[in-house]
Design a protein around this ligand. Structure first.
Ligand code: CA
Length: 232
């Protein structure tokens, strides 16, 4: 079986010491670099299937590394960010990173995010015509949505927002990305619309809208759609 190759670009030695055995213990091959320069050289020579990228690197900004990677690679990049790098994290997602993990994070969460990121290389890649899970069923071909077997009517904007989330396959979508995709160019400033429409989707498509299981808020970043059947 072909084992995916993961490149870790992270200067914190303690974190590398946690990441390397955690990933090697699964089905992954692992390479690691402690600087941006070394990381980019390894990315070029090994073309990894996924890159775990720290934003705060000693020699160059992690954002530069992302830009350089994105100039030739569409492979998934998962950002490792410290809490005080909120703005950078959002910018990285807007610039083509696939996901982020806020430090500190646990092994289970790391592995789950890696699985999601590896599932599809491109966030915009067309998914299956029908996606379902956790009682929710979305038929992208028929544009039909149901909750627990009951058809739910959505407005055009609600559906467009849902579709934008579905097409990311569980990856986070930033506020800016959703606003641009749903409301079109120039819509990026209307974050309150997003909140209103998200509340409507939750009202229609969550069993308990006050405890959303599908439409997950990523604080200060955006939203992701989870179709995992939790606690059923
Ligand atoms: Ca760092």
């Amino acid at each position: 079986m072909n084992q995916p190759l993961i490149l870790i670009i992270e200067d914190e030695e303690a974190l590398r010491r946690f990441l390397i055995p955690t990933l090697s213990g699964q089905r992954y091959q692992v390479l690691s670099a402690a600087t941006a320069t070394e990381g980019l050289a390894m990315a070029r020579s090994h073309n990894p299937d996924l890159v775990l990228l720290d934003l705060g690197l000693p020699d160059r900004d992690g954002m530069d590394v992302l830009k350089e990677l994105r100039s030739w690679s569409r492979k998934p990049v998962v950002i490792l960010s410290a809490r005080n790098q909120e703005r950078d994290k959002v910018q990285a997602l807007d610039q083509g990173a696939d996901d982020y993990l806020a430090k500190p994070f646990g092994a289970a969460e790391l592995l789950a995010r890696i699985r999601v990121a590896l599932r599809h290389t491109l966030p915009t890649e067309v998914t299956e015509p029908v996606v379902c899970g956790g009682g929710l069923r979305i038929d992208l071909a028929q544009r039909e949505v149901s909750l627990e077997g009951r058809i739910v009517k959505l407005t055009a904007l609600e559906y467009r927002l849902l579709e934008a989330l579905v097409r990311r396959n569980g990856k986070v979508a930033t506020h800016r990305q959703l606003l641009a995709e749903v409301w079109g160019p120039g819509g990026e400033g209307n974050t309150h619309y997003l909140r209103i429409y998200m509340a409507m989707l939750r009202k229609k498509l969550e069993v308990d809208p006050t405890r959303p299981r599908h439409f997950i808020t990523e604080p200060n970043v955006g939203y992701r759609l989870s179709l995992e059947a939790l606690g059923d």
